[in-house]
Design a protein around this ligand. Structure first.
Ligand code: ADP
Ligand code: MG
Length: 341
């Protein structure tokens, strides 16, 4: 008899839309605008976009915290609108705002969460010990979370999210505001979970994080997905919009044209007393800049190679400026859950 493997995607999203209801005399706000995407099992999928793009709104809908205005979500094969319960037990969530109970110890936070997932006492104890050790918090297990650094709280929050070994883990901007060491530790844990088979959906506004961590990245801007691609494509774009910023002791005639004519330079703009030269190859450009300064009898006051901003990359990939949009309300008589900001 022929057996067919059951191929369910981890996440399937069709036409997903969210309007936030109007407040006072204002207009309804379209935060997520008919988005479509699929996340395969085992992937680390990045949802990259600037502040206000609709990342958290999307993630809250995917985790049943917020009801969509329109569209369908399937999580691990279950339609969230009709069959959310089995999906909920298989997901873990690290929200943007800390969900750690600061008045409880690290241990008690984990016990509390384990009970929510109806884990047996033995399972809870064993898993909590394992996680606290992995997350470098074992020595602090009896310390109240109010005494933890932001990085420690975030690690605890992730431990809480995976105590029941979810098949699918959602993380909403897990690393901004953390010290570099904590951020790296968290990225390492995410990679490790992925290796063990967990599907990961992570929102971020940091291009580097998306590049380094994700198998595929969706770029979301103004509630719409601009592009879904591998980080390779992003990396290429990233390279094209590097820039070198340089300041000289003087401003000889025609300097802008001369700088633009240097090898690898695509465009030049003046920012304050600095010249910013967009180019794809700073290592090639730099010696030419030094030679240029010599020939023009100028000294170099400062010289910096800049990574592109998210704004630069967006503009390059989508031709769009980053930002948010407001649209008139959709006629709909049903009252919707607004969700807390
Ligand atoms: N509860 C809410 N009511 C009204 N507008 C909201 C609410 N939550 C978020 N928004 C707006 O929706 C847009 C998307 O927000 P959000 O999903 O939090 O973006 P991101 O996570 O990408 O920064 C923003 O313009 C934000 O101000
Ligand atoms: Mg957010």
């Amino acid at each position: 008899m022929e057996t067919r493997p059951i191929m369910t995607n981890a996440i399937e999203v069709k036409n997903l839309t969210k309007y936030y209801p109007a407040t006072g005399s204002g207009q309804a706000f379209l935060a997520v605008d008919k988005i479509n995407f699929t996340v395969e099992k085992g992937e680390i999928f990045g949802f990259l976009g600037p502040n206000g793009a609709g990342k958290s709104t999307t993630q809250r809908m995917l985790t049943s915290l917020l009801t969509p205005s329109e569209g369908q979500i399937r999580i691990l094969g279950h339609d969230l609108a009709h069959d959310a319960y089995p999906a909920k037990g298989q997901i873990g969530l690290v929200p943007e705002e800390s969900n750690v109970y600061t008045e409880l110890t690290a241990w008690d936070n984990l016990m509390f969460t384990g009970r929510l997932y109806r884990m047996s006492k033995d399972d809870r104890n064993a898993r909590a010990e394992e996680l606290l050790k992995i997350f470098g918090l074992w020595e602090k297990k009896d310390v109240k979370a109010e005494n933890f650094s932001k990085g420690m709280r975030r690690r605890l929050s992730i431990a809480m999210a995976i105590i029941h070994k979810p098949a699918l883990l959602f993380l909403d901007e897990p690393t901004p505001g953390l010290d570099a060491q904590s951020a790296r530790a968290i990225q390492k844990i995410i990679r490790q979970l992925s290796k063990e088979g967990t599907t990961v959906f992570i929102t971020t506004h940091q291009i580097e994080e998306a590049n380094q961590l994700c198998d595929r990245v969706a770029i979301i801007n103004q509630g719409k997905i601009a592009v879904i691609d591998t980080p390779e494509k992003l990396k290429q774009t990233f390279q094209q919009v590097q820039s070198v910023e340089i300041a000289f002791t003087g401003t000889p005639e025609g300097i802008k044209e001369k700088l633009t004519a240097l090898p690898e330079v695509s465009s030049v703009i003046k920012i304050g007393d600095k010249w910013r030269l967009y180019n794809d190859a700073p290592p090639i450009l730099l010696p030419h800049l030094v030679k240029f300064a010599e020939e023009e009898n100028l000294s170099i006051l400062s010289l910096n190679t800049l990574a592109p901003s998210l704004e630069d990359v967006f503009l390059q990939i989508t031709g769009q400026e980053v930002g948010t949009i407001k649209v008139p309300p959709k006629p709909n008589k049903k009252r919707r859950k607004g969700g807390k900001r």
